[in-house]
Design a protein around this ligand. Structure first.
Ligand code: ATP
Ligand code: MG
Length: 299
């Protein structure tokens, strides 16, 4: 099984930088796929390459995908429409089409589409040793991670409803259609199987872990605390917290006051996250590829 690593955190703390550096490091010995699910992609910017729509080969061992939410939403809705078309009557289909047009702009569709793509990537048989996800800021990502829990019970109830309909239909028609021949039931069962599989992967610490990036400030710490509670509730394993951009080791006079403040927050972090593994990344006087290489050296 691939080792799946999610990199999360508040906006701007250094998720992309850290996930790119981690991918670069891991790719020295392993085959790595780095995926961005953040609508505002920046893997390409960090590596200074143009990724495009397909899988991008950066080196023999390192590959990138930037998931295009809008494209995935359209594909997702199209897929649902095609599945419905093969099952439902044209009259009902007209109504469904109207609903699907609305669904395209409804809250949640974008996330559902990104999640669907994420499942495909995770369950695809391509043999990567690591799949690293550079995610969008916390709220957006946690919503995605809660999906498997919701989906499995949702598909369960849809399957029960469909089976009831088939049973009644069989009684009315006085026929014995085999449930296995029903296309909708097959689709629902497939979807349930995938959701179940993903739920298992999400809660297996040997398959999936979460790295959370934060900075030495109160907002970042507060958001991390809330996020760790959510991860805990979702049974998702936290590998470590990365305390990025810290200037404590810096010799620059300009940073003296900021250093005092960060030292106070550092004490705070050590108290609050006493059971978590902490990993410190200094604030470097670098950016772009040079920054990635520097961080790769200390990972
Ligand atoms: N250790 C570091 N030293 C110096 N600069 C850093 C460090 N880590 C990140 N940066 C810089 O901070 C900025 C934000 O980093 P990055 O884009 O990785 O954050 P992010 O969490 O992915 O942001 P977003 O939430 O917008 O996706 C970038 O300009 C990056 O070069
Ligand atoms: Mg980012």
């Amino acid at each position: 099984m691939n080792k799946i690593i999610f990199v999360g955190g508040k906006g701007g703390v250094g998720k992309t930088t850290y996930s790119c550096a981690l991918a670069l490091k891991k790719s020295k010995k392993n085959k790595v796929l780095l995926v961005s699910t953040d609508p505002a992609h920046s893997i390409g910017d960090a590596f200074q390459v143009n990724i495009g729509k397909d899988i991008y080969t950066y080196s023999e061992n390192l590959f990138f995908i930037e998931v295009d939410g809008e494209h995935e939403s359209n594909k997702y809705i199209e897929k649902i429409e095609n599945q419905c078309k093969s099952i439902l009557s044209p009259i009902i289909m007209d109504e469904i089409r109207k609903q699907l047009i609305l669904a395209k702009v409804s809250p949640g569709t974008f996330e559902a589409a990104i999640f669907d793509k994420m499942i495909d990537i995770i369950l695809s048989p391509k043999d990567f040793d690591y799949i690293i996800f550079d995610t969008a800021p916390t709220g957006h990502t946690l919503k995605l991670l809660a999906f498997p829990e919701l989906l499995e019970s949702w598909f369960d109830s849809l399957i029960k409803k469909r089976e009831k309909i088939l049973m009644l239909k069989n009684m009315i028609d006085n026929k014995k259609t085999l449930y296995a021949e029903d296309e909708m039931l097959t689709i629902l069962k497939n979807r349930k199987y995938k959701s179940k599989k993903i739920k298992e992967i999400f809660s297996d610490k040997n398959s999936l872990s979460f790295n959370f990036v934060l900075n030495l400030d109160k907002l970042s710490i507060a958001e991390t605390r809330r996020a760790l509670d959510t991860l805990n509730n979702l049974n998702i394993y936290l590998d470590k917290l990365i305390i990025n951009k810290n200037i404590i080791e810096s010799k620059n006079i300009y940073f003296e006051e900021r250093k005092i403040l960060e030292e106070k927050e550092l004490e705070n972090i050590k108290k609050i996250f006493k059971n978590e593994t902490l990993f410190f990344v200094p604030l470097f006087n670098l950016d772009g590829l040079d920054l990635l290489k520097k961080i790769t050296e200390i990972l």
